[in-house]
Design a protein around this ligand. Structure first.
Ligand SMILES: NC(=O)c1ccc[n+]([C@@H]2O[C@H](COP(=O)([O-])OP(=O)(O)OC[C@H]3O[C@@H](n4cnc5c(N)ncnc54)[C@H](OP(=O)(O)O)[C@@H]3O)[C@@H](O)[C@H]2O)c1
Length: 282
């Protein structure tokens, strides 16, 4: 599919996977509308795109505000016309043992990763159905939407919820010519792990990237290229690692094998003095 001139909205578009995807989409000729809370990274990404001859606009917004979906889609429509694609990418992690996750932390991470995403994709879907012109909705889930690593249970739960919600949407919206895709990155070298550590009260602690073998780390640009391929040629799920995708399939067939692999991650943390299973969260 030729994506030239087809507008896309990207939340969390100022940094990491969102910014890399914005640059890739703009280079492919798509007008990009970026959203996030901090002005500086949004403006930086927009200015890079404009300097490269692309089209970009930004809106500073917190996706957990109940009005955000309407405001964002209205602003994007005013800038470039009705969005043809919406990439719900804003999200964050939480590095915390499941039994140490407080009720407040759990609700807070679901607000960003699930409820905000569901509100945006739901509103975008209603508009696309009404317009009758089709479109493409994408959610940045994670490989951990299919299996939970230690200390990331709350995060994995939000991504599994997002994944399942999108699975149903995909079936329901196909007759209207609307594609729905989930993106399942593996460990990606962005600010994500520093944010997870900060939110967990572990600022200054080891980055989660340290605990991931090099083979399972990738760049945001690699994810962005896969997202762009999916926009051109829609698929249900975007994966950037065959090995991890196989692990996800194995998790259903033989959970004990994947549990053994995951326990290896725990051992690695213990060896590096970063076992927080009984640490005081604060
Ligand atoms: N990095 C990984 O290893 C990895 C792996 C799998 C999936 N993912 C997913 O990929 C997505 C992007 O993460 P990333 O790796 O690119 O990390 P990142 O650079 O930290 O990006 C997260 C983005 O979300 C925005 N954001 C967070 N909370 C927001 C809120 N309440 N309202 C508006 N925007 C908000 C942030 O901007 P502001 O702070 O300015 O608002 C930031 O631009 C996330 O959904 C994450 O779960 C990441």
């Amino acid at each position: 599919m030729d994506v030239t001139g087809r507008p896309i909205v990207i939340t969390g578009g100022g940094t990491g996977i969102g910014a890399a995807t914005a640059r890739a989409c703009a280079a492919a000729g798509m007008p990009v509308f970026l959203a996030g809370r901090r002005e500086a990274p949004l403006v930086q990404t927009r200015d890079d795109i404009l300097a490269g001859g692309g089209r970009a606009e930004v809106l500073q917004t917190d996706v957990t505000d109940t009005a955000h979906a309407l405001q964002l889609l209205e602003a994007a429509t005013n800038a470039f016309g009705p969005p043809w694609a919406v990439f719900s990418n804003a999200g964050r992690g939480l590095d915390r043992p499941a039994h140490r996750t407080t009720d407040e932390e759990m609700r807070s991470i679901f607000e960003v990763n699930f409820f905000a995403s569901q509100a945006l994709l739901g509103e975008a879907a209603r508009r696309m159905v009404e317009d009758g012109a089709g479109g493409h909705l994408l959610a940045c889930a994670s490989c951990v939407s299919k299996f939970a690593p230690p200390y990331h249970g709350a995060y994995a739960a939000t991504k599994a919820a997002q994944d399942l919600y999108c699975q149903a949407m995909r079936l329901e919206l196909a007759p209207a010519g609307i594609h729905v895709s989930t993106v399942h990155p593996i460990t990606t070298t962005t600010d994500f792990f520093d944010v997870s550590a900060d939110v967990s009260g572990r600022s200054g602690g080891r980055s989660g990237i340290d605990h991931t073998p090099r083979l399972f780390r990738q760049s945001a640009e690699r994810v962005a290229a896969a997202v762009l391929r999916c926009l051109r040629r829609p698929v249900a799920e975007v994966w950037t690692s065959r090995v991890v995708r196989l692990t996800a399939a194995l998790r259903t067939l033989r959970p004990s094998i994947v549990d053994r692999q995951m326990r290896g991650m725990l051992d690695h943390r213990r060896l590096r003095g970063d076992d927080r299973s009984e640490a005081d969260p604060d």
